[in-house]
Design a protein around this ligand. Structure first.
Ligand SMILES: NC(=O)c1ccc[n+]([C@@H]2O[C@H](COP(=O)([O-])OP(=O)(O)OC[C@H]3O[C@@H](n4cnc5c(N)ncnc54)[C@H](OP(=O)(O)O)[C@@H]3O)[C@@H](O)[C@H]2O)c1
Length: 322
């Protein structure tokens, strides 16, 4: 089997593409021939040793795996050869084959593509958890999404519009803005030429109700000021740096800052996360949510995929294909 290995923390260009011995299939296991693995911004943070959790090295990055069952253990009862499944693995997904317990696999309907299945957990579960569980948003509210052409942002656009929110999407390129419009954004803002805070206030009719922020940095700090009375700032990620949110601006208009740690919550609430996964997958299968088809890179080119993400070159999501 083939794998991408991080031997020590460092630049993503140090990742190695290697041949490894296959793992034996245990009684309750299935072997999956991987057809796609999602690439996430956070994978690059893991490799560089910049994530809050530092796995022991060496390790294989990659969290979202899709493939076909090609071998089953003697005690397996719920899976059969050729079943198409996805697995949320935490780490270890940048591989050509994977051996896991059958209970960890989720059967996929034909209406969900490999690309969608390999890219929805990190982005859509975060978005659903943030908007529905943490902020408890309402239909008709306005939602300002930063980084709206990236993985997590685009999912928030899709979910927000499916919930009846009026979505304003912020992105740096025409391609990313078009993707956001295709997923239901009512309006877009070009972050390279427009005053994002002022334009968002204008488009929101004076202010916005909810701010979804995977970017942070100065943009996040500035956009806090676009929130109206009781407005909610959802802290999602820091690709542009950790924002210094001024407490006086939070006090004004009774604004709320809401932390979103879907990954940590999912680890502590396995059963509820499984329900959430099933619920989101049902929305996708029914076509009420519509994850974009990702850009595909060969498995051997994982470093290039991660570099493109870091350099903001990817519109939507990316996958590795063994
Ligand atoms: N809280 C949670 O539970 C949770 C779960 C999953 C992911 N996250 C976090 O969410 C963040 C976004 O992840 P993602 O997978 O959506 O990443 P992504 O696909 O790379 O998208 C990030 C977007 O942010 C924008 N951006 C602005 N400044 C940037 C910079 N300096 N470097 C890179 N991008 C920049 C880019 O859009 P423009 O070019 O349009 O500016 C880019 O499209 C990450 O920090 C990740 O760790 C959090």
């Amino acid at each position: 089997m083939k794998a991408i290995i991080c031997e020590q923390f460092g630049p993503v260009s140090d990742l190695r593409f290697v041949e490894r011995d296959s793992t034996a299939v245990g009684a309750g296991d299935v072997r999956i021939a991987v057809t796609a693995c999602g690439v996430n911004f956070v994978d690059g943070l893991f490799v560089q040793g910049k994530y809050q959790i530092k796995p022991p090295v060496p390790f294989v990055p990659g969290m979202e795996v899709v493939g076909r069952v090609v071998e089953i253990g003697s005690d397996v009862t719920t899976r059969a050869i050729n079943d198409r499944v996805f697995v949320n693995v935490g780490l270890g997904g940048y591989v050509s084959e994977l051996v896991v317990g059958e209970a960890r696999t989720v059967l996929l309907s034909d209406s969900v593509t490999d690309g969608q299945a390999a890219t929805f957990t990190q982005s859509y579960l975060t978005g659903w958890f943030a908007l529905c569980e943490r902020a408890q948003v309402q239909s008709g509210q306005s939602l300002l999404v930063l980084g709206a052409g990236g993985g997590v942002g685009l999912a928030a656009v899709d979910i927000g519009s499916s919930l009846g929110m009026r979505v304003i999407a912020v992105a740096s390129t025409e391609e990313k803005r078009q993707l956001a419009l295709s997923r239901g954004a009512e309006a877009v803002i070009d972050s390279t030429t427009e005053d994002v805070k002022e334009r968002a206030k204008e488009l929101g009719g004076g202010s916005v109700d909810v701010l979804y922020d995977p970017v942070g940095g100065d943009l996040g700090t500035t956009c806090l000021r676009a929130l109206g009375d009781n407005g909610a700032y959802l802290v999602i990620g820091f690709v542009g740096g950790i924002p210094n949110l001024p407490a006086n601006q939070i006090l004004l208009r009774n604004r709320r800052v809401i932390g979103v740690d879907w990954g940590g919550w999912a680890l502590r609430n396995g059963e509820r996360n499984e329900e959430l996964t099933a619920q989101v997958l049902k929305e996708i299968t029914a076509g009420r949510l519509n994850p974009v088809e990702p850009v595909a890179y060969p498995l051997a080119e994982a470093a290039r995929a991660l570099t493109d993400l870091e350099e903001r070159q990817v519109a939507g999501k990316a996958i590795l294909v063994p």
